[in-house]
Write a protein that binds this ligand. Structure first.
Ligand code: ADP
Ligand code: MG
Length: 330
């Protein structure tokens, strides 16, 4: 059974950057206003995510890393959010099958926190009282220690750190009131440090630089055909002056970071057809639509697919909705 669990876990957590993404999302879901990420050896040796969110209650710790825990946790009341983006409730569980997970957490009003380590979905020890500041720190060590081939591939391939930085950067543009930072273990300087701001453009400037911001146009679309059916999109997209070799696509649907290759390709195509200089676009788009129109692939290995007409017709009830995928960091 443990081999089966490990294989399944290795599909949910495909690489260090996918673990980082899941951990940062959890921190943001916990209402954190500061999230700090530290990474060693591209995340294979250590991933540490610290937040100042609401913490995890001691009585929830025993089941924290069981699969599909989500709805069992008392701290989680917002089932609507879970439903809207196909929450799986198995990210943390999966990490315990392919790495060593240690959680330190304190909830409001407690005099001390608790620390506990997990292996293969279960606690290795009873939660130990410990000193803790506000929030939660999750440490994942030796990711894929029990998956020799995966570890080798990741060691041979490019270090996952740039992908981690990329995820944090994209989160920072959307969650402008969360101070996100990311650094290599032992480094004084953070490679991303978003700060908090009240303006989207400031957030983009903090993360991607002033020169990007100079060449952006604001886009806003909203379509309100019925009271209960609202399609809304806003964001920024680069203008004709922008020059870049690589597309930056930051897409959030109902506040979840997703990938949508067909939309990315379509935009690249339009850019290459219209613009005099061969530049790739910078796009930040935040789309809000009724959850029933969004179908996030539940199985993480399944490559995304998009019913492209769905995006434009998302305000009609009869279309079958937009399929997007959770970014795997590939
Ligand atoms: P999911 O996020 O899909 O519910 P996870 O395995 O990622 O599943 O996390 C399980 C649960 O653990 C979350 O629903 C949340 O209640 C709790 N949790 C995880 N990380 C944190 C955190 N940083 N702060 C507070 N609670 C957390
Ligand atoms: Mg999660």
């Amino acid at each position: 059974e443990s081999v089966v669990n490990r294989i399944a876990a290795g599909e949910v957590i495909q690489r260090p950057s996918s673990a980082v993404k899941e951990l940062v999302e959890n921190s943001i879901d916990a209402g954190a206003s500061t999230v700090s990420v530290t990474v060693k050896d591209g995340g294979l040796k250590l991933i540490q995510v610290s937040d100042d969110g609401h913490g995890i209650r001691c009585e929830d710790l025993p089941i924290l890393c069981e699969r599909h825990t989500t709805s069992k946790l008392s701290a989680y009341e917002d089932l609507q959010t879970i439903k809207s983006m196909g929450f799986r409730g198995e990210a943390l569980a999966s990490m315990t099958y392919v790495g060593h997970v240690t959680v330190t957490t304190i909830t409001e009003g407690q005099l001390h926190g608790y620390r506990v380590s997990y292996r293969d979905g279960v606690m290795e020890n009873d939660p130990k009282p410990c000193a803790a500041v506000k929030g939660t720190q999750v440490m994942v060590e030796n990711l894929f220690y029990n998956m020799v081939a995966r570890r080798k591939t990741l060691q041979n391939s490019n270090d996952d750190y740039p992908k981690i930085v990329d995820f944090i950067s994209r989160f920072a543009v959307h969650h402008i009131n969360v101070n996100l930072s990311c650094r290599k273990h032992g480094a004084n300087r953070a490679d991303v440090h978003s700060g908090t701001t009240s303006s989207r453009l400031d957030a983009i400037r903090n993360v991607y630089g002033a020169s990007v911001v100079r060449d952006l146009m604001e886009i806003q679309v909203s379509d309100e055909n019925a009271v209960d059916e609202i399609f809304k999109m806003d964001g920024f997209i680069s203008n004709a002056n922008y020059v870049a070799k690589k597309t930056t696509m930051i897409l959030f649907i109902n506040d979840r970071l997703v990938d949508c290759t067909s939309l990315k390709r379509a935009t690249e195509f339009v850019y290459s057809a219209i613009l005099p200089q061969a530049s790739k676009p910078f796009i930040y788009m935040s789309i809000n639509l009724p959850p029933e129109h969004v179908d996030v692939n539940i199985h993480p290995t399944k490559k995304e697919a998009l019913n492209s007409s769905a995006l434009t017709q998302a305000n009609t009830r009869k279309d079958k909705g937009t399929e997007v995928s959770t970014p795997t960091g590939e």
